[in-house]
Design a protein around this ligand. Structure first.
Ligand SMILES: Cc1ncc(COP(=O)(O)O)c(C=O)c1O
Length: 437
């Protein structure tokens, strides 16, 4: 590693050769060179606790030895054939996905990314129904192809020209900032009623499909209340609309109680799309649907890299590791501990407007206490302070004011204590600046 550039050299080279839209989380970024389990190491040898796992991707820890063994073994045996030749790892992975997903989901198409999995699901839903229109939740993020960015309801990531047609946006269940100004005490599920309103007023009355993240990730860990998806599904069923659960962030045990996020609402989707945590960092995605839907969308599919033996063997090893090491259970126990710690922190810092999420998918919204004005600059400062204390946390949300904690599922309560302590210091520094103004 002797030819490694120092931080300044790397930053300069990056600015010269990479597109400028590819933003960095930090204004003063470390140069990470190594990862091990829940830790990252920079070029100067500093250890960072990684509470963001890439972007919610390193599910079983950096360079997990069991997963690495499967990856390397496959790399040394057979790396590539493409989907026109028969190989076993992709089929083994598809079988495993059928076993761990709920209900009748059993026919898989393995892709290279979450974006591509969502593209595949929309295309299959349109083919199966013979319909075209798509419903999406506001504040959603579904990827970066032309279609997937058109399905994304966040101006930062939407197409800069002419989005794809036939997409209608529905109010989301954003209880902290309820679009209908309701509170949990007087909630009448206006957001569910909006699904029907949008079908009736913005579509032909016959949309093909609705796509939704069970918990909106990039949107800022927006977590619908109990009962929400059950009620939405009833509306969709009335209009013959299929349902895609985008599990790219919520999948593979992250929410603690279930392997997949949508099961927290006990809803059976027609499609699930997944990526991120499935590959633990290797490129992979998947779209799984029912036999009944798949039977109606027969069309030829080739994918050069989708389902390649290396990513497929890795994905299978990741799922086995999550199951064998009871990491979903760990996400529940450690996630609850984190949630309790954050709620305690909220008592001392009123600028913590909301703490939400499930398991190890947690969001903390930073806002002015009286007005709920989003405090994006302060949120960024907390994230930078945590980094200076060698703890990596993420941020996001439409207003850029939500801290996102989504670490490898392997973390311990001790790691949570370290994270909370760094956040406390970040909050103190922000509040001290505020007080001295
Ligand atoms: C919910 C969701 N869907 C889809 C995607 C797109 O996945 P990818 O970046 O693998 O294309 C993302 C990525 O952040 C995501 O969070």
């Amino acid at each position: 590693m002797s030819n490694l550039l120092n931080r300044e050299q790397l930053k300069k080279k990056r600015d010269e050769y990479m597109i400028s839209g590819m933003k960095q989380l930090y204004s003063d970024p470390p140069h990470f060179v190594r990862g091990q389990n829940q830790f990252l190491y920079d070029q100067e040898g500093n250890e960072y606790l990684d509470m963001f796992a890439g972007i919610v991707t390193v599910s079983v820890g950096h360079c997990n030895p069991k997963v690495l063994e499967a990856t390397v073994k496959q790399l040394q045996t057979l790396q590539h054939t493409s989907t026109i030749f028969m190989t076993q790892p992709m089929v083994d992975l598809a079988e495993k996905l059928a076993q761990i997903t709920p209900g009748d989901l059993s026919k898989s198409y393995i892709t290279n990314s979450g974006t591509e999995a969502n593209e595949a699901a929309i295309m299959m839903a349109r083919t199966a129904t013979g319909r075209h229109e798509v419903l999406v939740l506001k504040h959603s993020y579904h990827g970066q192809s032309h279609l997937a960015s058109s399905l994304t309801a966040n101006h930062n990531y939407r197409p800069s020209n002419m989005p794809a047609a036939g997409i209608s946006f529905v109010e989301n269940a954003y209880c902290y900032r309820c679009p209908f100004k309701k509170t949990p005490d007087n909630c009448s599920f206006e957001c569910v009623k909006d699904v029907e309103r949008v079908i009736q007023t913005q579509t032909s009355g016959q949309p093909a499909v609705m796509i939704a993240e069970p918990i909106q990730g990039v949107g800022g860990t927006i977590t619908p209340p109990d009962g929400y998806f059950q009620e939405v599904k009833k509306v969709l069923d009335n209009y013959g609309v299929l349902f895609i659960a985008d599990e790219v962030q919520t999948g593979f045990g992250r929410t603690g109680n279930h392997m997949f996020g949508i099961s927290n609402w006990n809803v059976q989707p027609d499609f699930m799309t997944m990526a991120k945590g499935l590959g633990n960092g290797l490129p992979i995605g998947a779209c799984i649907t029912t036999k009944a839907v798949e039977a109606k969308c027969q069309r030829a599919v080739i994918n050069t890299f989708g389902g390649n033996p290396v990513s497929a063997a890795t994905g299978l090893a990741v799922i086995n590791t999550i199951q064998e090491e009871k990491l979903m259970e760990n996400a529940k126990v450690v996630g609850d501990y984190l949630m309790d710690g954050l709620k305690d922190l909220q008592k001392s810092f009123p600028i913590i407007g909301d703490v939400r999420g499930k398991g190890l998918m947690v969001g903390i919204e930073i806002a002015e206490p009286e007005t709920k004005r989003p405090m994006a600059a302060e949120c960024a400062r907390i994230v930078e302070t945590a980094k200076d204390l060698k703890v990596v946390i993420g941020k996001g949300g439409l207003y850029g004011n939500t801290i996102r904690i989504k670490p490898p599922l392997t973390i311990t309560k001790h790691d949570v204590d370290r994270c909370l302590s760094a956040m406390r210091k970040g909050l103190e520094s922000v509040c001290a600046v505020g007080a001295s103004k």
